[in-house]
Design a protein around this ligand. Structure first.
Ligand code: GTP
Ligand code: MG
Length: 316
């Protein structure tokens, strides 16, 4: 691709042309080389996009809640981008379709841009393109960049590396799931959201979560930010303002503590690591399919493959 096209595309995207934004994102996904070329043209020091990660129990209402948040931010005159992690597993395909439908009402709004990206590898982690897209949205001036994780596996942990603010969404009557989550993602939330609070069991679950937060069972060992808990009903549109206020409170906290920019650095470092991993794995696959494997010392064979793959990576 000639550079001149890329420059033109970026400049059109910067002026807000939706078709150009869409094409730019497609180029990001095309190849690591093209993506890197684009990033080298758009990465700047001073960006202001607030990246909000939304994770939690599958089916707890993340997409419905995001749709409400989009409306809230739009009413405040903000521009909102959504990166929805698209699970590659056929088992979860239906979920993505659901997400699209739930956020559809905003799809044609010029201040809103929604894009889904596939996951990486078998564990379903975040892909390089996903993180690169956050950088693009940030450069294009979106005020809020919301990342919906699929709510299971690696993406929930990955989200810590790229979000400024993490919302963990749960719903009433999901006791077992909450127990299971406690070990992992229940520690990463800056704000815990009990959605579906229109359900009769909501008060009990709320009391339980509140207790877990106070005892430190939820929320882990955050030093200066005490994780918050809020009740919402995304279908009824209740608690959304309160949730949005807590999100702003967290934003003020990270700005004042200097965490805002530090998290951008963490995100970019993570993006470079994902890119390195991608390049290396592609190369390793090439090398390993052409290599004779047969000896008994498979450890040495593995090391040999690693060496060969590293040498083959074009480092010019
Ligand atoms: N009663 C009630 N139902 C809700 C609420 N929010 C969402 N739902 C319903 O819960 C179901 C799942 O909602 P989604 O928004 O797709 O949930 P999700 O967490 O994005 O789901 P996945 O992406 O599949 O994990 C849908 O049928 C929603 O209509 C709520 O506040 N109250
Ligand atoms: Mg969803």
């Amino acid at each position: 691709m000639r550079n001149i096209n890329l420059d033109e595309l970026i400049s059109n995207a910067l002026s807000g042309d939706r078709a150009s934004i869409g094409r730019l994102l497609t180029y990001i996904e095309r190849s690591p080389e093209t993506a890197s070329q684009i990033l080298s043209k758009i990465l700047v020091q001073n960006v202001h996009g607030h990246v909000i990660g939304v994770t939690g129990i599958p089916g707890s209402g993340k997409s419905t809640l995001i749709s409400r948040l989009i409306s809230h931010y739009k009413n405040m005159g903000m521009r909102v981008a959504v990166v929805a992690i698209d699970p590659t597993s056929p088992l979860s395909r239906g979920a993505l379709l659901g997400d699209r439908i739930r956020m559809q009402e905003h799809a044609t709004d010029p201040r809103v841009f929604i894009r889904s990206v596939p996951t990486r590898g078998v564990k379903g982690g975040l892909s390089f393109s996903g993180v690169a897209m956050i950088e693009v949205f940030d450069r294009l001036g979106f005020d809020k960049i919301i990342v919906e994780s699929i709510g299971v596996g690696q993406t929930d942990i990955d989200i810590m590396n790229l979000a400024h603010t993490i919302l963990v969404v749960t719903a009433p009557g999901m006791g077992d799931e909450i127990q299971a989550l406690k070990a992992g993602i229940m520690e990463i939330g800056d704000i815990y959201v009990l959605n579906k609070s229109d359900k009769p069991e909501a008060n009990r679950t709320f009391a339980y979560l509140n207790f877990a937060l106070e005892t430190g069972e939820l929320g882990g060992e955050k030093v200066s930010w005490r994780p918050k808990l809020v009740k919402t009903s995304a279908v009824l549109g209740q608690g959304i303002d309160e949730l949005a206020n807590l999100v702003e409170e967290h934003l003020s906290y990270i700005r004042e503590s200097g965490l805002f920019n530090r998290k951008i650095m963490i995100r970019r470092r993570y993006m470079v690591k994902l890119l390195a991993e991608k390049i290396f794995i592609e190369r390793l696959e090439e090398v390993s399919s052409s290599e004779e494997i047969g000896g008994k010392d498979i450890y040495s064979e593995a090391i040999k493959l690693i060496k060969k793959a590293s040498q083959g990576v074009n480092t010019n």
